[in-house]
Design a protein around this ligand. Sequence first.
Ligand SMILES: [Zn+2]
Length: 236
Amino acid sequence: MSDIQALWAYMQEDMKADAIGNELRSSPIRQKLEKTRDFIMQQKTEYDQMEEQVAVHADRKDAITDALKRAQEQLAALAERFEQNPPENQEETAKMIAEADKCRRTLMSYEQELRHIQKLSNEMTRKATSIRADTAKARKEFDLMKEEYNAESESKKKLWAQARKNADAKAQGIPEALMAAYNSVKKHITPPMARLQAGQCAGCNTSQPSAALRKIDAGEELVECETCGRILIKGE
Ligand SMILES: [Zn+2]
């Protein structure tokens, strides 16, 4: 058997092993597993961001509560001043009223902001609860699917390992350079070899130039299709 024929025989086993490997990767359970894992991770990111927001809100709430207290004290002081030193003329009265109004407006805006923060906090608490529930449910599903996938993939992994072994056995004795060429072509196109039939590459059905045909006839080992790049082997 020539090296190129040995490489062709190797390719048959290599393709079988790859097919099993692809099946393993594209298993519907595996894809669902990956989707569920992504979902769990995304929920975690959302939850972490929310926790940061909750901390920011708590700080802001503390600050407003303090400011609110100060505004209340200011208003109380103003009332006390009004009782003890009632304004003596219209101008002073107007000034005091304006001051009290300003104080009340400040109070109102703080109270409004507090209510707003409280509303946001409530929404977040609700959302956090639902995220925790969703995540717990997804984790449970993930674990179940993982078991199912492990059982399914275990037998397939064995098949795959056996197919790889078969391919490795066929690789024995093939010159390294030829194997390297095969692997390099395989990165671009698969299967990486094609028969030459009626002067055409059976991989892409392109007629090959006579120079390439002559090389193959002369038994040259490494002739690649000029169009698809596959390694050509004489047709049977
Ligand atoms: Zn081709």
